[in-house]
Design a protein around this ligand. Structure first.
Ligand code: DON
Length: 305
């Protein structure tokens, strides 16, 4: 076993007993997650994998999808046009906050909070909902290098309970920040959040971002390299919600979390790292995930500064 693999195994042993936090419950399907699930995956830019724990366990990607859809919509519309609709400013508010939507600009602050993500998803090009969904799935396929699937139960669960998200979409419609087809945009947003991945997939997706948009295993260009800068900057400042500042200070690499318990981080030009464990803290970040990243960053000096 390599030294790095041994370090990952030691981290797993150290943090498996840490059973604090709670699985997300506002999406009923997510309460079915096993609180013991725990995986760490690292994929390097030359395509090597190091992983421990339940790295083949599938779960829904949730907010981590926002990073990749942002890249896709940058490709569809370009930087300037997208900036008119969605800003790049961290909020310090919870991910599902509505409070700043009513400020002067009427523009959601950034594409990592739910409002900004819904506005971003509404801009995906395509003649009809099927074409837009197919384009979205094809984009995710380039990052993971295999067929992708949507968890229908989670999609239905979010669709029937996502009243805050629906409220945000209506507010943005009122301000002209989103076009009229709100239910279509929300469906596509719920579908992207319900995409099934495992921890290995997430690490490979992060490794693709670390590798200028080229999937290090398949060699496929998943996103235009011109937009890597945009994606990583927004992840760095906004990816961990109201913990983003603390994360930047302590861990110091671009990252994104999701309420199903995944955290993905990019070490530019080196590797993608992902941790999956469903127990969350009050900000919606995986408790074990945060600890693993703090230890990894300290041990291997990943911090950018
Ligand atoms: O819209 C929602 O609330 C979920 N589909 C995604 C939220 C999420 O993952 C935020 N993460 N911390």
């Amino acid at each position: 076993m390599s030294q790095f693999q041994q370090f990952l195994a030691a981290l797993q042993a150290k943090y498996q007993p840490l059973a604090t936090g709670q699985s997300a419950s506002y999406i009923p399907e997510l309460t079915k997650a096993n609180p013991d699930w725990f995986a760490i995956s690292v994929v390097t830019v030359d395509g090597q994998s190091y992983e421990v724990g339940d790295f083949e366990q599938t779960f829904t990607i949730q907010s981590i999808s926002k990073v990749f859809v942002y890249g896709m919509v940058l490709e569809d519309h370009g930087r300037e046009a997208l900036l008119h609709k969605v800003g790049v400013e961290p909020t310090g508010d919870p991910f599902n906050s509505l409070i700043r939507l009513d400020e002067d600009s009427k523009r959601p602050d950034n594409p990592m909070i739910n409002a900004g993500a819904i506005a971003t998803t509404s801009l995906i090009k395509g003649a009809d909902p099927t074409e837009r969904l197919n384009r979205l799935m094809a984009m995710f396929r380039r990052y993971v290098g295999h067929e992708v699937f949507i968890d229908i139960s989670t999609f239905m669960s979010e669709r029937s309970t996502g009243h805050r998200n629906r409220a945000m979409a209506h507010l943005m419609l009122n301000f002209g920040m989103i076009n009229g087809a709100i239910e279509e945009a929300l469906d596509l947003y719920f579908q992207q959040c319900s995409l099934l991945v495992n921890c290995h997939d997430l690490a490979l997706m992060a490794a693709t971002l670390a590798n200028r948009g080229v999937n290090p295993v398949t060699g496929e260009q998943a996103v235009n390299p011109e937009y890597i800068r945009d994606i990583l900057s927004v992840m760095y400042t906004c990816g961990m919600y109201n913990f983003a500042g603390e994360w930047a200070y302590r861990v110091g690499i671009p990252a994104k979390s999701g309420v199903s318990g995944g955290i993905l981080a990019v070490v530019p030009n080196q590797a993608g790292i992902a941790v999956f464990s469903p127990l969350l803290d009050k900000n919606g970040n995986s408790v074990r995930g945060l600890r693993v990243f703090e230890d990894l960053a300290q041990q291997y000096g990943f911090h950018l500064f």
